[in-house]
Design a protein around this ligand. Structure first.
Ligand SMILES: Nc1ncnc2c1ncn2[C@@H]1O[C@H](COP(=O)(O)OP(=O)(O)OP(=O)(O)O)[C@@H](O)[C@H]1O
Length: 269
């Protein structure tokens, strides 16, 4: 990757990137209600890499969607740098498992899509698009369409697209869940490189303990019925991390144990 153009975001260090206070979320389904989240508190610093982990149905996606502004909390406070989150914004880019690319646009057009809406001069738009296409290693495929790409390549486009759109908080909902093991590992390493290079804040939902330990500064364990935060574990492991190291496996075992002790009947990766 070229180091020619570091991404510099405004220094809003004193305020947390994301602050969630006493958040609850109730869905109404017909005449029934589902309490998806209760009393969730979470503070994420600028530049942190936080993984949300927990069994199916514990509210990980709901919490992420609230951070994205796609859902409104029923109660509590949700702030980004001290300002209430009251709707979607390019500052909070979401990456989904199923990519969400426009099939009729090429790689570079998908990546430049958000900026194109801002009526930038064509040369500037091309520069931004080329920069992020290069960041995710797809320069040779810039004129390909999504249908001509592998799953891993599509997910790279999806990541580049939100970054190109001036994203400060990257919200990722099981982004590598549909990929084979080798591609997943490669994308994890590439994501870490992108994180180090851009200093973007990342909130990453996964079911896989190993993935959470490989990637994050903190692992937040959620449990269901209703969804809440059970443990918030700061990882002291050095980077780059070695999946075969004793310390890595100790942390992995500890987190798996936290999860199984709270959810004895559900598989935890
Ligand atoms: N739009 C909705 N309408 C009604 N109920 C919903 C809605 N979205 C989520 N829920 C419910 O809220 C709870 C939490 O769901 P959520 O998808 O956030 O969990 P999750 O931990 O992300 O699950 P998974 O790991 O399977 O994706 C579940 O009981 C789910 O059925």
């Amino acid at each position: 990757m070229s180091e020619s153009k570091p991404v510099v975001y405004a220094d809003r260090q004193p305020l947390p990137a994301i602050e969630i206070k006493n958040v609850g979320k109730v869905f109404s389904v017909g005449n029934q209600t589902v309490q998806a989240l209760r009393d969730v508190n979470l503070t994420i610093k600028k530049g942190e890499f936080v993984c949300l982990i927990g069994a199916s149905g514990c509210g990980k996606s709901t919490l992420l969607r609230i951070m994205a502004g796609f859902e409104k909390a029923t109660s509590g406070i949700v702030n980004m740098y001290g300002m209430p989150i009251d709707g979607p914004s390019p500052e909070r880019g979401m990456v989904f498992q199923d990519y969400g690319l426009f099939p009729w646009l090429t790689v570079k057009e998908n990546i430049g899509f958000g900026q194109r809406q801002r009526n930038l001069p064509k040369a500037k738009l091309e520069e931004i698009s080329a920069y992020y296409t290069e960041m995710v290693g797809l320069t040779k495929f810039a004129d390909y369409y999504p249908g001509q790409l592998s799953g891993g390549m599509k997910q790279r486009v999806s990541i580049a697209r939100v970054l190109a759109n001036d994203c400060e908080v990257l919200l990722m909902d099981e982004p590598f869940g549909a990929l084979d093991a080798l591609t997943r590992e490669k994308l994890q390493q590439d994501l870490l490189e992108i994180w180090e290079r851009t200093k973007v804040t990342i909130v990453f939902v996964t079911h896989a303990v190993e993935e959470a330990v490989m990637l994050s500064d903190r692992v937040v364990v959620m449990t269901a019925g209703p969804g809440r935060i059970e443990e918030d574990i700061k990882l002291e492991l050095e980077r780059p991390r070695d999946i075969t190291a004793i310390e890595f496996n100790q942390v992995r075992r500890d987190i798996t144990q936290y999860m199984t002790s709270h959810v004895s009947t559900k598989a935890v990766a």
